[in-house]
Design a protein around this ligand. Structure first.
Ligand code: SF4
Length: 330
């Protein structure tokens, strides 16, 4: 079981990481990995070192071999956060290993997997690459053959094919501030996925999801620079921001290329622990803004935790929701 409010279980087929953006500064996984390494857990050996600030990453990333097939052994359906202790799309994780992780997810239609990354460009490129479906399908066969995964948890015949994108895998990016939202959301929307979500945690400032800079290319069509779009809504409406010499801001709108994708789910929460950034008032105000943006677009919002683990006010707790595809029994 997991203490993370929006999931039920964590699964860590990769151990070790390195800092990617401001949201990583007080990385909880880094401190936890240091403790696991000290306890002798094999996958975490060499991943952390001691510093004045406590355990920090060395940058070594290991594959967690014995964890790979765990979800296959979990028969009861679970909602599973993939790599709560690392980042599957870290540059040092091989494509071959990522294929195996996706193969396990493909072999577990009983579960829902929630995969969150800060390396959105690699996620986008990996899942769009020609031959990816075949590579993952072949990795499914490998899991059934290789003594590496003894005792074989998977002995059934391979399914003839698999639905693509995998219907039980939700893809997400961390968007702790506006810059990261602007950078990563276009990558997420260009990634094949059954459900797309963001985690605005630790929420380090206000985030406007309705004016994300349009990428050069949207669903295969080119788009001129300086335009933005509402990432909570599909469609072709874009706007362009301009300012006059007095600093007044104007928006002019227009139709651009149709977009097929929008965000399906928004998670937000404040930072906790030593050195937590922000304040209760700021975090609550920024969470309410995201909640209201989601409500206007009919997108599910989930208020995870308040700044410094203070109790969330009722209006944020009561707004908790999951995307429509969440398993019925929950
Ligand atoms: S990507 Fe995640 S696990 Fe890696 S350093 Fe950042 S917060 Fe920690």
């Amino acid at each position: 079981m997991s203490n993370i409010e929006w999931t039920e279980e964590t699964w860590n087929p990769v151990a070790g990481c390195s800092l990617a953006s401001p949201g990583c500064t007080n990385c909880y996984a880094m401190k936890m990995a240091g403790r696991l390494e000290a306890m002798g857990v094999p996958a975490y050996q060499g991943t952390t070192k001691k510093s004045k600030a406590g355990f920090v990453w060395t940058g070594l990333v290991n594959t967690a071999v014995t964890a790979l097939t765990k979800p296959i052994r979990w028969k009861k359906p679970r909602q599973i956060f993939v790599n709560s202790m690392s980042d599957l799309f870290h540059p040092d994780v091989t494509e071959e290993w990522i294929d195996r992780v996706f193969a396990v997810m493909a072999l577990c239609p009983q579960h829902t997997f929630q995969l969150l990354t800060k390396r959105s460009a690699r996620m986008r490129d990996y899942l769009n690459q020609a031959g990816r479906y075949e590579a993952i399908y072949n990795a499914m066969g490998w899991l059934g053959r290789n003594s590496y995964t003894e005792p074989y948890p998977y002995r059934k015949a391979l399914p003839n094919g698999m639905e693509w994108p995998l219907p039980n895998v939700w893809m997400g990016v961390s968007t702790e501030d506006q810059q990261r939202a602007d950078e990563r959301i276009p990558d997420l929307l260009a990634t094949p996925a059954a459900v797309r979500f963001i985690s605005a945690e630790p929420l380090l400032g206000p985030v406007d999801l309705t004016a994300i800079p349009a990428p050069d290319e949207v669903d295969g069509k080119t788009f001129e620079e300086g335009w933005s779009f509402n990432s909570l809504d599909t469609g072709d409406y874009y706007s362009q921001r301009s300012e006059n010499t007095f600093g007044d801001v104007f928006y002019s709108g227009g139709n651009g290329p149709d977009r097929e994708h929008a965000l399906d789910w928004v998670i937000a929460g404040g930072e906790s622990g030593p050195g937590a950034r922000g304040s209760t008032d700021e975090v609550e105000a920024n969470m309410r803004s995201l909640r209201d943006q989601c409500a206007a677009a009919n997108v599910a919002f989930f208020g995870k935790q308040n700044f410094a683990k203070k109790k969330l006010p009722a209006d944020l707790i009561n707004a908790r929701a999951y995307p429509a595809t969440k398993r019925a029994e929950n």
